[in-house]
Each structure stands twice: as structure tokens, then as C-alpha cells.
Design a protein around this ligand. Sequence first.
Ligand SMILES: Cc1cc2nc3c(=O)[nH]c(=O)nc-3n(C[C@H](O)[C@H](O)[C@H](O)COP(=O)(O)OP(=O)(O)OC[C@H]3O[C@@H](n4cnc5c(N)ncnc54)[C@H](O)[C@@H]3O)c2cc1C
Length: 456
Amino acid sequence: MADVIILGAGLTGLSAAYHLDAQGIEYTIFEKSDRAGGLLKSAYDAGYTFDHTGHFLHVSDEGFKIFLDQTIGLSSFDIIQRRSGIFSHNALTQYPFQMNLHGLPTAVIAECIEGFVKRHRQTKDPQTFYAWVLKHFGHGFGKHFFFSYNKKILAYNLKKVHPAWTGRFVPSTTLHDIIEGCFDKKERSGIGYNSSFYYPKQGGIESIVKGITHKITQPIKSLHDVSAIDPTARIVYFTNGHSETYKTLVSTLPLNRLLAILKAPSSTTFNQAAQYLIHNSVVNINLGFNTIIPVDKHWIYFPEEEYPFYRLGFWHNVSKSLVPANHTAVYGEFSYIADRTKPDRVKKLIDQTTSKILDFLQLSDQHKTVEKILHLEHAYVIYDTWRENHLQTLLSSLTAFNIHSIGRYGAWKYSSMQEAYQDGKAVAAIIKNNLERTTSRAQKGATRGRNPAAIL
Ligand SMILES: Cc1cc2nc3c(=O)[nH]c(=O)nc-3n(C[C@H](O)[C@H](O)[C@H](O)COP(=O)(O)OP(=O)(O)OC[C@H]3O[C@@H](n4cnc5c(N)ncnc54)[C@H](O)[C@@H]3O)c2cc1C
């Protein structure tokens, strides 16, 4: 029996393994895919390196910085100041929209300012993202950016999305900043959680996975796809016929999957809950070109419906190591809800995205050297009211079975690579604590049960 089983060798699972090693606790790590990495896997094709959309390291936790140094080495990273923009009304404005109206048509600027002045400040506790935008930014900003952009990235009705996720992801603004941003066009440094980022000098984002896997002591058991879990008998079953017992389970599987495969009878409520957890999927279309693209941004947001993609990123501006010499590469992303979208529609969106990217860049098929389409089945979880009301209870109930469901999809949240590291570290500390308490209780029990005379 393994002390600890870790399911999934994405960054969260790898961080849990690394920190369990540091505590001297034995574990076994199982991964469905043929290699570790999860969303941090890079695709290598014809001299290009494509990540699963832009994966940039935002490092604000000193512990994370030390972890990166000890596993990969800080000298392996470039530290890059973000250059991002928003394309709307035929103008490329600076990020964030709510501070950079310069360049937009006068009527749009007027609508945004008027809406901000008349924003619904009196709304006490907005329960939807839609109402939250009206409270903090007003109707004009909603119409020209927040509603249109977030509808595209989430592919969900914003009147059914809870604003709990907004926090650090949406920088606030003031009337002063808005007005200043109408006159002056400059990249504002330090705005938002992603104003600068670390990125590996070589090998794409997967190079950090390679660094970590070299540091963990246990081999990753790849091609082990979990098919069922008996939480009472504490057994994990895999599709390849293997099964394994455990004392503690750390799962980084998407929570809806985990809940669906817990075996009855104790798990009926869990099984039923799986269907209420909603998420979207993203298609990431990567195109390589044999020509130079005169855009200096790392990425650009596209709020307007006319563009099927919500963001366009420029790999060669992130790192020259990602493209062959004198070549460039871009990625476009769109979202959809899988069980509400027919495969034909997804295919059509892929074709439309590819041709609209070429249009936007004024390039033709002849410039295209490679096309690599990457699918992210779980991309953004939907923060709806059901999630708000039930998630914590679900996660605590799992913990009562000694199952720690962690990571971006295990804990069903928006979170970054830094948080994946933090989640893995935190679970190792909890497991160590639990083990120490169990050992100390066992020792006390043994002491109580002994004959005092014998102790003497
Ligand atoms: C579009 C997008 C852009 C992002 N950009 C950034 C960014 O710029 N910066 C940033 O910091 N973060 C970014 N993130 C977040 C980042 O990707 C995640 O925080 C991080 O990768 C989560 O790691 P994880 O290990 O929790 O999950 P995952 O990477 O999903 O790992 C889970 C692992 O479990 C495995 N697994 C699944 N099912 C099974 C099964 N049945 N049996 C066994 N194994 C299984 C999977 O194969 C996978 O390896 C982005 C996310 C998305 C979706």
C-alpha cells in the first residue's frame, strides 16, 4: 500500500511530489498521458515550439522563485515586461482597456466615461459578473470590452456567472486614470497581476516540467488513466487493469471527473454533483510563418464578435527560441462549451479563426509554414451560483475520505502556475501534519496501554 498516491503529473501533482520528497514521505504518482506536464506540455513542430496558449510565469511568491531556482535555475529564464493591447473599433489600444481609451472613436470614449460616472455604485453585493461590471465600470466599458470579451473567453451567459473570480484579474480604475488614458498612449507598467513575467530561454514552458521531474525521486507512472476510485476501501483502479491501495489520495484530476468515478454506495451524492460543475474548452490554433510580422505585442485581446478568437499571441515576441531564424509564429484562441457545441461547429470555428488571423496580419497561405492545433478540454471553469454554494462543502467532504482534490481543476478555480506550486506545497504540509498527529496518537495509545511497572 502506498502512503500517498498522487493522480496527475501536471504542475500541481509535481509540486506535491517535490514537497513530499522534502518531507521524506513516500508517494506514487500516476499520469494518464505519456508524459508529465498537463497544460504545461509544449508541442514541437518543424523547428517551432508551441505551448498550450501563452503560459507566462507570474512570480510574486518568494517561495515559488526559490522553487524555480532549485529545480530549473533562475538563469534559465528571461524576465519580460508585458506588451499587450486590445483591438477594437479598428484601433489597437493599450491594456488595460479601462485606463487606455486613447485612439478609440469619440462616441465610444464618451459612452465609457458617461457610463463610469453613472455606474451602479449603490449595488451592494453584485451576484453576477454582469452586475459587477455595471457597479465598478458602468455600461460603456461593459459594452465595449467587459461584456463582449468575457462572453467570448467564457462562452457563457455573463448574467449566470458569479463575480467571485474577478479579484486580481480585473484591475480597477479611477475617473482620473480614465481621462488621462484618453489623451496619452503609453504602456503603463505595474498594472495587473501579469505586468511582467518569467519565460524559459529555451524549450518553451515544458522546460520547467523537465526541470522538476529531474528533481523528484519517484518515477512518474505514465499511461495510467484512472477509471474508478473506491473511497471507502481506498483503492484506485486504472483502465489498464492496474489497481493500487492508498492511505491518502492527492487528486489533480478535474473535479467533475473525480466525482463521477467515485464508486457508490458512499458516493452517490458526489456522482450527482459532477454534472453541475461546468467548464469550457479552448482551441489553440498555432500558425508559423516564413515572414516577419510588424507587431511588437506579446498578445492582443479581441473583444469584438467579428473575430472568432478572443486573443492573439505572438510567440516570436515572447522568445526567439520558439521559432526558426527569420520566422514568426502566432496563436489564436477560442472557447466553447463542449456538451453544447457540435463538433462541426468547432471545426468551422477553427477554419474561421485561421482565415481571420491571416486577414488581420495581412498574410496569405503561402506565408504559412506550419499549423498546429492544440485542444484544451478543461480550460476555464465557470463560476456559477451552484459552484459558489457547493464547492467548499464538496472539497471538505472529499477530505473527510482522505482525498485532497487540488490544483486548477481539482479545486475548480482560476489559478496560475504559481498557485499550482502553492497547492502542491500546502498539501504536502497537511499530509505531514496528519501523519505526525497519527503517529503521536498511536504512541500515546501504546504508552497508555502499557503496564507502568514494565515501563519502569
Ligand atoms: C488558456 C489558459 C492559459 C493559461 N495561462 C497561464 C499563464 O499565462 N500563467 C499561469 O501562471 N497560468 C496559466 N494558466 C493556468 C495553468 O495552466 C494552471 O494553473 C496549471 O497548469 C494547472 O496545473 P494542474 O497540475 O493543476 O492541472 P493540469 O495541468 O491540468 O494537470 C492535471 C494532470 O492530470 C492528468 N489527468 C487527468 N485525468 C487523469 C486520469 N483520469 N488519470 C490520470 N491522470 C489524469 C492530466 O493528464 C494532467 O497531466 C493558464 C490556463 C489556461 C487554461
